[in-house]
Design a binder for this molecule. Structure first.
Ligand code: RIB
Length: 294
């Protein structure tokens, strides 16, 4: 079994600020760092650090080569990452004093992937292999359709959520990972809907998908068929929440592929995410398997 992460690769530009800048305001940052990120690359890192064989696919400029080196240092096969003449995607991230973030994305190479590149990338994967997708690259619908035709299992994290998501064949996904904001939007409910109610609606709308809903301090919720589970988060001092969701996705999938029960997999993923939020940065703050699995 192989895992293909077809997703974004971003240069993260991190600014520590007292509070997220308001309209018309100019504020100073107490710390700046440039680091490796992108939801796709972070999830690939989490899956590989957790112990699965991972292939990364995406598109970068020469400015993003340091990210490939880092992915390779985690044992990830980067042979399907295409280099082009333009810029790598960028994420401008403000982190406030409570560790909460706010992100501006510049797509760069993530939106330069062509249909032919999509077709060539997925060829060669086998039935039962997993493809992991987020919403920071183009051609997601086509990718999902080709992957399903090849009988790959599809893991979708529809993040960041926008109107493009509603046009996707979500019923093809074997796993859908959402946070509380994405879950109510996807379920067509108001933003103040409880995670439990959003989960019920999503299990009804997508009965062949396992729904995993992360709800911040309220914990994580799981729904599939008649099964409903909940797990509390591991409380730690929060330094930076960036990549917490990516870590959760990578460790939950890995634990399930290692045949761990669902409840234990939720607990493992919560523990991994708690380590990520206790450090600054995205990909580099994701823990390795020996820090998480007992
Ligand atoms: O999920 C965190 C990631 O979102 C960051 O690394 C940033 O690149 C954005 O894509």
């Amino acid at each position: 079994m192989k895992v293909l992460v077809f997703g974004s690769i971003n240069i993260d530009l991190l600014y520590s600020v007292d509070h997220i800048v308001k309209p018309g305001e100019t504020i100073s940052s107490s710390l700046f760092a440039k680091s490796a990120g992108g939801k796709g690359a972070n999830q690939a890192a989490a899956l590989a650090k957790a112990g699965l064989p991972v292939y990364m696919a995406g598109k970068i400029g020469t400015d993003g080569k340091f990210i490939l080196e880092l992915l390779e240092s985690y044992g990830i096969n980067t042979g399907r990452v295409i280099e082009y003449g333009g810029a790598t995607g960028q994420a401008i991230i403000q982190i406030d004093k409570n560790g909460q973030n706010s992100i501006i994305l510049y797509p760069g190479g993530n939106e330069e992937i062509t249909i032919q590149e999509v077709q060539e990338t997925i060829a060669g994967f086998d039935p039962g292999d997993i493809i992991v997708l987020q919403n920071e690259i183009v051609h997601l619908k086509l990718i999902m359709e080709i992957a399903k035709k090849q009988n790959m299992r599809i893991c979708l994290n529809p993040s960041p959520f926008n109107e493009k998501i509603t046009l996707l064949p979500l019923n093809l996904a074997d796993w859908i990972f959402v946070n509380e904001i994405e879950s109510s939007a996807l379920a067509g409910l108001t933003p103040d809907t409880s995670p439990q109610d959003s989960l019920e609606k999503l299990t009804e709308l997508y009965p062949s998908s396992e729904i995993i809903l992360t709800a911040g301090k309220d914990g994580v919720f799981y729904g599939f068929g008649e099964t409903r589970l909940k797990n509390d988060i591991v409380k730690v001092p929060v330094v930076d929440t960036t990549a917490a969701g990516d870590t959760f996705t990578g460790f939950f999938l890995t634990a399930r592929e290692k045949n761990m029960p669902i409840q234990q997999s939720l607990s493992i993923a919560c523990k991994a995410a708690s380590i990520t939020v206790s450090k600054k940065g995205a990909m580099e703050s994701i823990p390795f398997a020996d820090e998480v699995f007992e």
